[in-house]
Design a protein around this ligand. Sequence first.
Ligand code: NAD
Length: 313
Amino acid sequence: MPDWKIMIADGLDESGQSILQAEAQVDDRTGITADALKSQISAYDGLIVRGRTRVTADVLATAKRLQVVGRAGVGVDNIDLAAATGHDVIVVNAPRSTTLAVAEHTLALLLALARSIPQADAGMKTGHWLKKDLMGVELHGKVLGIIGVGNIGGQVARHAQALGMQVLGYDAVLSGADIQLHGVEPVELGYLYANSDFISLHVPLLPETRKMITGQTFGLMKKGVCLVCTARGGLIDETALLGALESGQVAGAALDVFANEPPGLTALVSHPHVIATPHIGAQTIEAQKRAAQDIAQEVMAALRGDPLRWRVV
Ligand code: NAD
């Protein structure tokens, strides 16, 4: 058996670790610092990360043995893909593992926005009975605009339809027919902005999607729109969102992701019409188990030279 060494940098469910241990030496270095990663990575054939560890060009330049980086989840914006390609390092992810968890969290945020659940609970815990102040809206019959109708966007659409929402979708890559497969009406972005009561973002963070939601974009939306983002914080100009919340153009926002994480107690996080969660979209027992198993199998396949299901580069 080859003498493979794999580093786990951000934790991995035990079920994934045992798949790796059957064929390789595995070092769990959860929480490793950027400097320690850079100085120690040269001993490893495989590296498994979640979203915390940044696999930079610097790290990859020192990773002489490294053959594969596995992302136990979806987003690969913490990995320098160009540098990985330049150093012949394969990058794989586990794109299906967290779909249900993130979609369900998105639904939870939509419902929490519609009924001010965090505000109601905070009131109860400080002895205030806010019944008269907290008039909500029903999701049934409202229009949900989904930007990015991929795995998570498509699943959110199915959940939203079960609640009686009308779902519009825009996707820069998928065809109208692909979008319709989810029961979603394919529309242009301008139409989605102008006609949605709720808008949910599900696109990856790429150079072309960074700050795709600006002050100008909020001006194209219905006054009083509610925005949900469980994708990536960098998609939204957060200063512009704060302005749009203060002017009432945006009635509420529910954010699981932030441009800088953790953001601290910023004006956006503490705004009364913002519901903030600490990037917990994929934090379910089931999703983490699936992600660990999927990525362990994929990393071992890459080391063996077997065909790959989820090669990113
Ligand atoms: P996916 O690749 O299945 O879907 C993304 C969709 O966005 C694709 O259909 C793609 O064609 C589309 N797209 C790409 N560029 C676009 C653009 N400029 N405009 C419109 N559409 C565009 O990915 P997914 O698994 O559905 O993940 C979606 C997002 O969720 C990603 O940003 C991912 O990082 C994030 N995510 C967050 C968490 C969390 O914990 N909150 C967990 C997993 C994934």
